[in-house]
Design a protein around this ligand. Structure first.
Ligand SMILES: NC(=O)c1ccc[n+]([C@@H]2O[C@H](COP(=O)([O-])OP(=O)(O)OC[C@H]3O[C@@H](n4cnc5c(N)ncnc54)[C@H](O)[C@@H]3O)[C@@H](O)[C@H]2O)c1
Ligand SMILES: N[C@H](CO)Cc1c[nH]c[nH+]1
Ligand SMILES: [Zn+2]
Length: 430
C-alpha cells in the first residue's frame, strides 16, 4: 500500500483513480459476449461456461432436486445466521415503503403518486471467486417487499458444474426457484435479451466484477434498466488518533480480499496512525486464506496523509467511496459533512462487514465514484412511481385557462383544444 504525504489538490483526481482493465478492450470483449448470447441463446451461455468457468453445463436451470438437496449440507448455525440477517434486512427495508398521499393542488385538482412493482426482475449473484449468498438477501428482500412478480437469479457454476449449496439454500428460503447456472457478462445478456431457458426481464440487479458491471452498462442501450454500476468492492477509512490500528487494518483487508481489482483507501491526519495501520495490515494479511487477492488489491491501494480533518472530508467527498468508515473522535459531526458515499459506518465498533451481511442496510452499492450520483439498492429500486390525477368539472374550470394559454404560447393548439372542448361542453350543460 503506497503512502502519499500531503498531496497537492491538483493531484487528487489522479491519485483517487480506481484500478481498471483497459476500458476499450473490456468493452470490446463484453460487446462480443452480448452479441453472441443475443444470436445463439443457450448454446452461447454453455460455450462461455466452458471458456470462462471451465465447466460443461448440460442444463442451465437448476433442478428442484438440486435446490432441495442443498439444505441438508448447511449447518444449523449458518441457517440461524442467515435467518438473523434476513430478519434485520426485512425490518430495515420494510420501513422504506411509503404511503400514498392525495394532494389537492388547487380546488378540484387532485394528484397522487403510487409505487408499482417492476413485474420482471433479474438478480445477478456473484460467484467467480466467492459464493456471495448474502447478496441474495440484499436483492430478493426489497424485491419481495416491492411486490415484483417474477424474480429470476443467475450465478456462475462452480468447477463441478454445481451451484454452491448456501446460494441454493438462501434462494429457496426467500422463495426464488428460477436459478440459472450462468455467470459473467453472458448472464447479464441472458437476462437482458432472454434465451430458450432464461426469461427476459425488465431490470437487472446485482454486483459483480468488471465484466458483469460493463455488461450491465451496455445492455441499458437496448432498453433494459439496471440498478447501478456496482463493481469491484472498495472501502475508505478515515482515521484520526481515536482509531484502533488493528480494527482499521482488518476493515481495509475485509474489502481487499474481495478481488484483485478491489481498492482500499486510508485517509488520516496522523502519520503515526498510518504507520501503525500498515504494520498491522501486513501482519493480518499473512493469516488470510485469500492473501493472494488481498495482496494484489493492496497494490492498487493508498494511505494518504493530510493536514486537517477539513481536508480529509474534502478528499473523501471527492473519492465517493462505496463504503466509508469514520474512525474519528467526532464521527457524527464528520458524517454530517459527507456528501458522497454509498454507505457510512461510524465509530470504532461499526465494521463494514456487518453491513455486508446482517445489520439491515443493503450491501449492493455504487462503486468507482458513482456514489456521487447513485444510491445503493433499496425497495425504491424495484418500483416505478406512477403519478395519477383526477379533476372535477370545477377543477378543470379553475385550471383550464392557464393550460390553454401555455399550450397556445408553445404553439400546440391541439393541447389547448383538449381543455377548451371540455370547458365549452360544461358551459352548454350548465
Ligand atoms: N459493489 C457491490 O455492491 C459489490 C457487492 C458484492 C461484490 N462485489 C464485487 O463483485 C465481484 C465478484 O467478482 P467475481 O469475479 O468473484 O465474480 P462474478 O460472478 O462477478 O464474475 C465471475 C464471472 O466473470 C466472468 N469472467 C471471468 N474472467 C473473464 C474474462 N477474462 N472475460 C470475460 N468474462 C470473464 C466469468 O464468466 C465468471 O463466471 C468482486 O469484484 C466484488 O468486489 C461488489
Ligand atoms: N462488500 C461487498 C460489497 O462491496 C458485499 C459482500 C458480500 N459478501 C461479503 N461482502
Ligand atoms: Zn464485502
Amino acid at each position: 500500500m503506497q503512502i502519499i504525504k500531503h498531496p497537492k489538490k491538483s493531484e487528487w483526481s489522479r491519485l483517487l483513480k480506481r484500478p481498471a482493465i483497459d476500458s476499450s478492450s473490456l468493452e470490446a470483449s463484453v460487446t462480443n459476449i452480448l452479441h453472441q448470447v443475443k444470436a445463439s441463446g443457450d448454446e452461447a451461455l454453455k460455450r462461455f461456461a466452458t471458456i470462462y468457468d471451465k465447466v460443461s453445463v448440460a442444463e442451465l436451470l437448476v433442478s428442484k432436486e438440486e435446490i432441495d438437496a442443498a439444505s441438508s449440507t448447511i449447518s444449523s448455525e449458518l441457517k440461524d445466521a442467515i435467518a438473523l440477517a434476513k430478519k434485520n434486512i426485512e425490518t430495515f427495508h420494510a420501513k422504506q415503503v411509503g404511503t400514498v398521499e392525495k394532494v389537492e393542488t388547487m380546488p378540484g385538482v387532485v394528484c397522487w403518486r403510487k409505487s408499482v412493482a417492476i413485474e420482471k426482475v433479474g438478480l445477478y449473484i456473484p460467484g467467480g471467486t466467492a459464493p456471495l449468498f448474502s447478496t441474495i438477501l440484499m436483492l430478493s428482500i426489497p424485491a419481495k417487499i416491492a411486490g415484483c412478480k417474477e424474480i429470476i437469479l443467475c450465478t456462475p457454476p462452480g468447477k463441478d458444474g454445481k451451484i454452491n449449496a448456501a446460494i441454493l439454500y438462501t434462494a429457496k428460503l426467500v422463495g426464488i426457484t428460477k436459478i440459472f447456472k450462468t455467470g459473467g457478462a453472458q448472464a447479464i445478456a441472458a437476462m437482458a435479451y432472454g434465451t430458450e431457458s432464461v426469461p427476459q426481464v425488465y431490470k437487472i440487479f446485482g454486483p459483480g466484477n468488471q465484466y458483469v458491471t460493463c455488461a450491465k452498462q451496455l445492455v441499458q442501450k437496448d432498453g433494459v434498466a439496471i440498478d447501478m454500476p456496482a463493481g469491484p468492492s472498495e472501502v475508505c477509512v478515515m482515521a484520526d488518533d481515536a482509531a484502533n490500528p488493528s480494527f482499521v487494518a482488518a476493515d481495509l483487508l475485509s474489502q481487499a480480499e474481495h478481488g484483485v481489482d478491489s481498492q482500499v483507501l486510508l485517509v488520516s491526519n496522523s502519520e503515526a496512525m498510518i504507520n501503525d495501520v500498515l504494520i498491522e495490515t501486513a501482519k493480518q494479511l499473512e493469516q488470510l486464506p485469500r492473501k493472494e487477492f488481498a495482496a494484489k488489491a493492496l497494490e492498487n491501494s493508498k494511505a494518504i496523509l493530510l493536514h486537517t480533518t477539513t481536508e480529509m472530508i474534502e478528499l473523501v467527498n471527492e473519492y465517493a467511496a462505496e463504503h466509508l468508515i469514520i474512525s474519528c473522535k467526532d464521527d457524527e459531526v464528520i458524517a454530517e459533512q459527507i456528501i458522497n458515499a454509498g454507505s457510512i459506518f461510524l465509530g470504532n465498533y461499526s465494521p463494514e462487514s456487518v453491513g455486508d451481511y446482517a445489520s439491515g442496510t443493503n450491501h449492493t452499492l455504487p462503486t468507482n465514484g458513482y456514489a456521487k450520483a447513485y444510491s445503493g439498492v433499496s425497495v425504491d429500486s424495484f418500483v416505478k412511481k406512477i403519478t395519477y390525477q383526477k379533476l372535477t368539472k370545477e377543477g378543470l374550470q379553475h385550471i383550464g385557462k392557464a393550460v390553454e394559454l401555455m399550450a397556445e404560447a408553445e404553439g400546440l393548439e391541439a393541447h389547448a383544444n383538449a381543455v377548451k372542448k371540455r370547458i365549452q361542453d360544461i358551459g352548454k350543460r350548465s
